[in-house]
Design a binder for this molecule. Structure first.
Ligand SMILES: [Zn+2]
Length: 353
């Protein structure tokens, strides 16, 4: 009897030790789109070497910005993170190389409740924990947009914009501001039609709802010119903005040029000169967040921004006439980037006013 007990104890101990010393799990990329090009380097300009397909899973070897290198049968290649989800893989000796730089600050304090910590420096990484406004972390490393942090309860990656020390992106400037979001088209006016027959009105609506949600979290008062899929005249859209104590009006659109299917990119338009600054901030942050082709901020003679006598811009967030982009624009991950870009642009605009 006694011998068995001892044996049991030994096995338990062995199990505990094994668990403690088991290798770090590798990250895996799960492909989220039907066909995804694999390239021989981390960028669109690198050569395509093969294709991977929906739901296939590959071990991630390293990450550079929004590209990851994956292990293929006999070689390795790079895919863009927009079309994959990243998850913890099975046990493996390889640990993903997330290279962070030496931090420029020692400590950070969270600016918002319910801030996500992630297992790596991109929103595709899984959430490892939540922390509230005022929580303090030691900074272990940083990338351009993320801090690697830890405190006695949690460790992970935090997006820099959620940190108080980033004075240029604190919420102070946006709190209680009235922002009117104008989802382009609606009802019988479907807007542009995508390569696969999708309607611009549905994209603009989806983006507007998500943007509303994010801005509301930051304390802004948000008004939608069309709260559902209905036809609203251009005049009513501007009237909303002119009547309300509007601090910023943003009209959301997507583009289409079926005769030029390779054209892509994001552009922001202003009509009145005094709105150049708002256009500049939003455009800059949209490009920073999405890496999309930069179509710049320019004068645009659109009714809704011409007839709105409050700070007003119109954004064209992408081309539905480009097959790849039409697909990309439907992903949650990319929609989040678009929204984040606009939020960051508005934060900077209000912080610098
Ligand atoms: Zn439109």
């Amino acid at each position: 009897m006694r011998r068995f007990k001892l044996l049991g104890l030994c096995i338990s101990l062995l199990l505990v030790l094994t668990a403690m010393t088991s290798p770090v799990k590798a990250k895996e990329a799960v492909i989220n789109t039907e066909v995804l090009n694999v390239r021989n380097g981390p960028g669109e300009s690198y050569e395509e070497i093969m294709e991977v397909h929906a739901n296939e899973t590959y071990t991630i070897l390293q990450q550079k910005n929004n590209w990851v290198e994956i292990q293929l049968d006999s070689t390795t290649g790079w895919v863009v993170t927009d079309y994959i989800s990243i998850r913890e893989g099975g046990a493996s000796a390889d640990k993903i190389e997330v290279s962070t730089n030496k931090p420029t600050i020692d400590q950070v304090i969270l600016s918002y409740d319910n801030t996500h910590l992630r297992s790596g420096p991109a929103t595709q990484y899984e959430i490892t924990g939540y922390a509230d406004k005022g929580t303090t972390f030691e900074v272990l490393g940083e990338t351009e947009e993320w801090y690697e942090v830890k405190n006695k309860d949690l460790q992970g990656f935090l997006k820099k914009q959620f940190i108080q020390d980033e004075t240029e992106t604190t919420s102070s400037g946006i709190e209680n501001k009235t922002i009117v979001i104008d989802a382009g088209h609606g009802g019988r006016d479907v807007g542009a039609i995508g390569v696969s027959g999708t309607y611009e009105k549905n994209y603009t609506y989806r983006t507007s709802l998500e943007l509303k949600q994010e801005l509301t979290v930051l304390g802004a008062n948000v008004i939608l010119t069309r709260p559902e899929d209905e036809f609203i005249s251009l005049g009513s859209r501007s009237s909303y903005a002119n009547i309300a104590g509007t601090d910023a009006f943003i009209s959301i659109h997507y583009n289409s040029t079926p005769e030029l299917p390779n054209v892509t990119g994001i552009g922001t338009y202003y009509y009145h000169d005094q709105n150049k600054e708002l256009a500049a901030y939003v455009q800059k942050e949209l490009i920073k967040e999405t890496n999309a082709n930069d179509r710049k901020f320019t004068f645009g003679d659109y009714f809704v921004i011409r007839q709105t006598f409050k700070p007003a811009i119109l954004v064209e967030l992408g081309f539905l006439s480009n097959k790849e982009k039409e697909q990309l624009l439907q992903t949650d991950a990319y929609q989040k980037k678009l929204v984040q870009g606009m939020v960051n642009g508005l934060l900077k605009y209000f912080a610098n006013k």
